[in-house]
Design a protein around this ligand. Sequence first.
Ligand code: SF4
Ligand code: SF4
Length: 94
Amino acid sequence: MARKEKLTIGLVGKPGSTLTYHTGGWRTFRAVISHEKCIGCKRCADSCPDGAPYECAHDGKKKKFCIDYDYCKGCGICAYECPVDAINMEKEEK
Ligand code: SF4
Ligand code: SF4
């Protein structure tokens, strides 16, 4: 699958093309997950419009999630949806 197509001004993307475009370059804030707090409910992954959260580790029986920063555009939806406040929106350092 092509995952590195360039985003151009005025682009209208095809439906279902989330993984084709790297939307992480739009970010002014980044979502950071605390693995201490994460209960592995997957709500962040289900609510992210760019498919950025992914299962990355297990802590005993609990799943943990990480963020793929090639795709996280910093919208904050995951932080809003997380039931245990495990996601912090931190100012992007560029
Ligand atoms: S929504 Fe919060 S608790 Fe649930 S998997 Fe994502 S970071 Fe973990
Ligand atoms: S901030 Fe937005 S784009 Fe980034 S992981 Fe959360 S929901 Fe997805």
